[in-house]
Design a protein around this ligand. Sequence first.
Ligand SMILES: Cc1cc2nc3c(=O)[nH]c(=O)nc-3n(C[C@H](O)[C@H](O)[C@H](O)COP(=O)(O)O)c2cc1C
Length: 400
Amino acid sequence: MNNLNQQNKNWKSKRKILLGISGGIAAYKIPYLVREIRKLNCEVEIIMTDSAKNFVTPMTLSTLSGRKVFTDSDFDFTIPHVNLTQWAEIFVVAPCTANTLGKFANGISDNLLTSAFTAANIPVIVFPAMNENMFDNPSTQKNLEILSKRGVTVVNPSYGDLACGISGRGRMPEPDEIMKEVLRVLSPVHDMAGKKVLITAGPTHEYIDPVRYISNPSSGKMGVAMARSAWYRGAEIKIIAGSVEIDSYGFEVIKVKSALEMFEAVKNNFEWADYIVMAAAVGDYRAKEFHAHKIKREGKGDFILELTQNPDIAAEIGKIKNDKILIGFAAETQNLIENAVSKLERKNLDYILVNDVLAENSGFQSDFNTLRLIDRDKNEFLFSGLKEDIAFEVLGNVIR
Ligand SMILES: Cc1cc2nc3c(=O)[nH]c(=O)nc-3n(C[C@H](O)[C@H](O)[C@H](O)COP(=O)(O)O)c2cc1C
């Protein structure tokens, strides 16, 4: 058992966030962002431009943040532009208008928000949101390039329905997505920057006929937690997901159904990856024969289904792994450690994470888990808590 990584525990809460809001229509989403920030038990101070007040009221925002909201009428001898940026750990500007971007890029400090930007000596993350033509305008593009080169994190808008009635690029991410980007910047370590992580997650569906399949209750939450934690630590992520809805923001997702499809997808992306995390609950067996039409029960008694083994994806990848780091999972109901060590050796894994699926508040579908990480030297580390928190700690051990 080990308490390494304790220093990184709870790094998402009690953070100090300065939020700047400029006058774009996407400002209507910001009250929800403030709630997301408060849900994480973080503190937030808000600066609004005069124009932003046309889209969302200071009263709404101060009620949700529990603090006074700063506007240009507060830009006085109390020097809020300096004090707020000294108080905060990160400066988030959402939405960031074409106008405010232009001022940021060119040192123009003619209001409280732009002056705070010029005074800020902390990480800054901006979320430009505007009509597609405004975004594509060469001045906007030049300003974004200048800001990126100066170390500002720019999160480009995505495609979607815009307030001006057309579909295009210009949509600000949703509040929960903004929060993920903010946490990525705030992560205490970025030790996986430049690393590529391939993760399998969720259950496989082994179809018997077009309407029936054999599966298991995996929710994909542990795989996604590993993906999210690696992403916070700076990695690029590809998820091969079985038949389950997953939180995929920031990841490339490859959807598969069966174990055979998952195996193909893993082989196709094997070369790309530095780390391969096999968190999917892959069916060991599939129907020997797939019935092209729905099996009818009329005129039949018992129905005997013959099964055949699926490839063991982890073991097959273990044979060709070279210098890649392979992390496997074992869901066990008895002899946890013995079974896990035998799997680690048999499949040539670097690490195995074993969970007791019969334990309460743990395993399939739960947001919580208790996991043992075992390495090749048979060292054993115990992790317990929210899946996303323990995934972060597990990766800390693996990186070390
Ligand atoms: C209804 C309406 C919606 C607007 N939406 C946007 C927008 O989404 N993005 C943007 O860059 N500008 C938008 N503008 C233009 C800005 O409000 C305008 O450039 C303003 O000067 C920005 O001021 P600020 O950057 O100080 O907040 C919009 C204007 C109006 C009237």
